[in-house]
Design a protein around this ligand. Structure first.
Ligand code: AMP
Ligand code: ZN
Length: 137
């Protein structure tokens, strides 16, 4: 997509601090980092959400996320990382080109966990919820 800022980065029309690249994926520093080393991994092709990727590209993005995670933990001597996708506008996705956030994490860095993102008490039983998901296609 011509007006997508991440496609512009892929095409070299917009600058970015690139930290990893292969044939199908690119990783660059987030322009407004939440922590030193906050990095975004994207497929070079324009897809909005994770489920829009075919299985092969899904695997390639996962591999790039793994490689960048290793690089970040080594570069910043970080003992951990938080890895996440805002997968759709309702989840907070602002840039409509799939990107995986990787954040170096440290003991007592004051940050939250995945458990702090949302807290809506289920109204249905776990059995009902399990059946609902299992039947969904
Ligand atoms: P999200 O809410 O998951 O869509 O997050 C989009 C992320 O992209 C935010 O963390 C922004 O700081 C980041 N961002 C926006 N524009 C740029 C840019 N030109 N280069 C790098 N990161 C960007
Ligand atoms: Zn794009």
């Amino acid at each position: 997509m011509t007006d997508c800022i991440f496609c512009q980065i892929v095409r070299g029309e917009r600058s970015a601090y690139k930290v990893y690249e292969d044939a199908e994926t690119l990783a660059f520093l987030d322009l407004f980092p939440l922590v030193e080393g906050h990095t975004l991994v994207i497929p070079k092709a324009h897809y909005i959400r994770l489920q829009d990727l075919n299985p092969d590209l899904t695997a390639r993005v996962a591999q790039a996320v793994r490689a960048v995670t290793e690089k970040l933990e080594k570069a910043f001597s970080a003992p951990a990382t938080t890895i996440g996708i805002n997968n759709g506008p309702a989840a907070g996705q602002v840039v409509p080109h799939l990107h995986v956030h990787i954040l170096p994490r440290y003991e007592n860095d004051g940050g939250g966990t995945v458990h702090s993102i949302v807290r809506t008490s289920p109204k249905r039983s776990l059995e009902e919820i399990c059946n609902l998901i299992a039947k969904s296609r």
